[in-house]
Write a protein that binds this ligand. Sequence first.
Ligand SMILES: [Fe+2]
Length: 253
Amino acid sequence: MEEDLKFPTVLKNRIELALKSAAYFDKELKGQILAIKESIRSIEEREPHAVGHSEKVAKYARRIAEQLDEKLILEENQMSKENFLKEIFLAGLLHDIGKAGISKQILLKRHPLNESEWEQIKVHPCSAYLLLRMCGERLKDMSLMILHHHERWNGSGYPYGLKGKEIPLGSRVLGIADSYEVMIAGRVYHEKVPPLDAMSEIVTMSIGEDRLYDKDVCRAFLKALKASPLDFSIKKKDEHIELSEELETKLSL
Ligand SMILES: [Fe+2]
């Protein structure tokens, strides 16, 4: 318990240190990422199945973003695709740093959580946002992507219940990358889902009026899976192609 209480402060210091040279962000990107990865690992080690989660989310998010239309990125984020890819990768790495403020007891509890426990979980995007905003203006876009990574297209997400395109594009990408990774890795509160089933589930949740995810981002997700299945833990060659095509049709109906 005492260790739990000290943990957020220790972590905050380490992340601040890692991000302090934000002015040299691009030049020093490699070194920054190494330092960030080390800090993230200490959060993830507190939760079984979560080790490596942020790094995978970062990679999936970048793969998905690679398939997005350049014009869409410029329109919604006022940034070049190249910069968007860098931002989304870092946002993926850092998206769960706010979990440092959640006690191990809650992280390790099997769901359902009670109301006050949920409140603690729901605050983690805000904690991450506040922490990153203290690290300088350079991280503003990325902080917003992280703040809204649990918002859902139909308004059912948190912390603000934003809907549709009110949710930043980067957060919509992170949402799919994060959910897919959690499904295939499993958690204390649910079993692992095979990657092809997880793929179908994400598509099902991107269809209809009450959908959770953005259709355009889901389309990019399917394209990314087709282009680099191994990166999405789909091991057997070609087993995803037929399914991707079937799902693409389902998504366009
Ligand atoms: Fe999260």
